[in-house]
Each structure stands twice: as structure tokens, then as C-alpha cells.
Design a protein around this ligand. Structure first.
Ligand SMILES: N[C@@H](CCC(=O)N[C@@H](CS)C(=O)NCC(=O)O)C(=O)O
Length: 283
């Protein structure tokens, strides 16, 4: 202790610099957390930041259903924050864990896997992991744009969204989404072409599932969170005349799978939707 005191006395400017830097770092972190809207939660409890509960699915975003399904499957304690706070990347959903923010559903899952030693893919062989990865990317990065196309551009009535968002928010949303769809490429196809693209993705999922209870076998693993998050949207939340009933009619195994995942991981599904009513629920 005496030695430290002596060193500080001998190096006043260096000490002041270190103290100033440490203070700046602490302030920067605190301001960043405040700006993001990070709330405090009990230790080791994940906070899941997402948009409000929805009329027919717990969320209108497949990524929120994916991430919440993962938290349930991995039995990680969590609480929801429905204040529509965007991540540092400007998207939903995201998490904080002991005050640490992690943006993006997949990166959040990978962060928690590492932090908590979770491995929902532990039963998979190397080649099965590769397959699961490819399916996950197909669902998150390809099917997603089909969903967006039908929901935002093709469906003029926008039933689920009309309940969830006021007309002006949908008008702004549609304008932004049309630009995103054009940049991504899906928006340049005709509606029949997008339907064909979607059918191919659904067929691949259906063929992979076959008679198995879950996508990769007897137990649900990580990719099931993405697949369920997406199929739940098509099965329950889409009301246009092309995608409504599509899974039920053409891919009965995928439909039964969606019900199986829902039954296993969302026994409180009804409490987590607004049952077709106005979006107010916070459970
Ligand atoms: N890769 C991201 C995708 C998240 C994403 O695209 N979320 C959409 C809602 S479905 C969003 O936040 N859109 C708002 C925007 O782009 O401004 C993830 O897995 O979390």
C-alpha cells in the first residue's frame, strides 16, 4: 500500500490520466446502456427486448419468437421488455444479460451458449450440425424475405398488422420494407415467383422433417427455434389469400410440427397473444 501511495505521489499526471480514462470508460458504458434503454433485472436473468405481443402469435417478428423459444428450450430465466427499444443495430429483438447488450437473435443465442455452457445441438453429429446450420440460414435469411413480401407488400388488408399498428405506421413501414425488399432482391420478383420460392423452402423443410418429431431428430435443437418462429407466422399470423393455410394444406407434417413445438414450449401461448384483440398484453 505504501509503495502504491509513493508511486502515485511520484507520478501525479499519469495517475490523473488513468483515473480520467477509467471515469470516461465508466460514463461511456453507463450512457450507452441508458441510450439503449437497458433495464436492471435480477442477476443472471436475460432481458428480452422486443415489440409488443401480437394478435395471433406472441410476436409478429419471427426472430422474437425464435429467441424466446430458445430461452424456453434452454431453460434460461428471462423477462420481457415490450417498449419497442431497438438494438444498437437498429433492429428487434435483442437481449441484455447482467447489463451487457447483445444485438441479433442468433448472436444472442451464441453469446448465451458460450456464457452459460448451453448446447442444444449436443446430440447432433458434425454433418447434422452443418445441415442444421444451412436450414437455419435458409429460414432466417431467405424465407424471412418471402414472409415480409407477402405480409407487407402483397397483403393489402394486413389483418394482423392492422390490429397491431396504426395506418400511418403501416404506411411508413411499407415504404421502408419495399426498399429493403428491392435491395435484397426478393422484391423484384412477381408474386407467383415469390410463392414458388417459398414453396421450395417449405418443401425442403418438410422433406427434412419427414416423420421425425423435430427437424433434426427426436429432440428439438437450435434450428427448431428458427423454424418454429417462422412457421408460426405463416400458420397463425398471415391472412393473405396465398399464404394463409398454405402450410396446413400442402405440408401437413410441418403443420403438425408447428403445433408440437407450440404445445411443448408455449403452454401459455394464448396468454402470450392478444387473441385477435388490440395489442396491449405484456405477459
Ligand atoms: N438478423 C436479425 C434480424 C432481425 C430483424 O430483421 N428484425 C426486424 C423485424 S422482423 C426489424 O427489426 N426490422 C426493423 C428495421 O429493419 O428497421 C436477428 O436475427 O435478430
Amino acid at each position: 500500500m505504501e509503495q502504491i501511495k509513493a508511486w502515485v505521489t511520484d507520478h501525479p499526471y499519469v495517475t490523473a490520466g488513468v483515473v480520467a480514462l477509467a471515469t470516461a470508460q465508466i460514463l461511456h458504458t453507463a450512457l450507452k446502456r441508458k441510450k439503449l434503454g437497458i433495464i436492471s433485472a435480477p442477476p443472471n436473468t436475460v432481458v428480452l427486448y422486443q415489440i409488443s405481443r401480437a394478435p395471433f402469435t406472441p410476436s409478429m417478428t419471427p426472430f422474437a419468437v425464435k429467441l424466446e423459444t430458445y430461452l424456453r428450450l434452454a431453460k434460461i430465466p428471462y423477462q420481457n421488455d415490450f417498449r419497442h427499444k431497438r438494438s444498437s443495430k437498429g433492429k428487434f429483438p435483442w437481449i441484455s444479460y447482467n447489463g451487457e447488450p447483445v444485438a441479433d437473435s442468433q448472436l444472442a443465442m451464441e453469446y448465451l451458449n458460450t456464457k452459460l455452457g448451453v448446447d442444444l445441438n449436443k446430440d447432433l453429429k458434425l454433418d447434422e450440425k452443418a445441415k442444421a446450420h444451412a436450414f437455419r440460414v435458409m429460414v432466417d435469411e431467405h424465407m424471412y424475405w418471402c414472409l415480409v413480401y407477402f405480409r407487407w407488400i402483397y397483403d393489402r388488408n394486413q389483418k394482423s398488422m392492422a390490429i397491431s399498428f396504426p395506418w400511418w405506421a403501416r404506411a411508413i413501414g411499407k415504404f421502408i420494407v419495399a426498399k429493403q425488399l428491392h435491395a435484397q432482391g426478393m422484391g423484384r420478383h412477381t408474386v407467383q415467383e415469390v410463392k414458388q420460392i417459398l414453396m421450395q423452402d417449405l418443401e425442403a423443410l418438410s422433406d427434412q422433417l419427414g416423420e421425425k418429431p423435430f427437424l433434426m431428430g427426436e429432440n428439438p435443437c437450435e434450428v427448431d427455434c428458427s423454424v418454429f418462429g417462422m412457421l408460426a407466422q405463416f400458420v397463425f399470423s398471415n391472412h393473405d389469400n396465398i399464404t394463409q393455410g398454405l402450410v396446413q394444406e400442402h405440408f401437413p407434417n410441418l403443420y403438425l410440427y408447428t403445433l408440437r413445438m407450440k404445445g411443448k414450449l408455449w403452454p401459455d401461448w394464448e396468454d402470450c397473444t392478444t387473441k385477435g384483440g388490440k395489442v396491449k398484453a405484456t405477459k
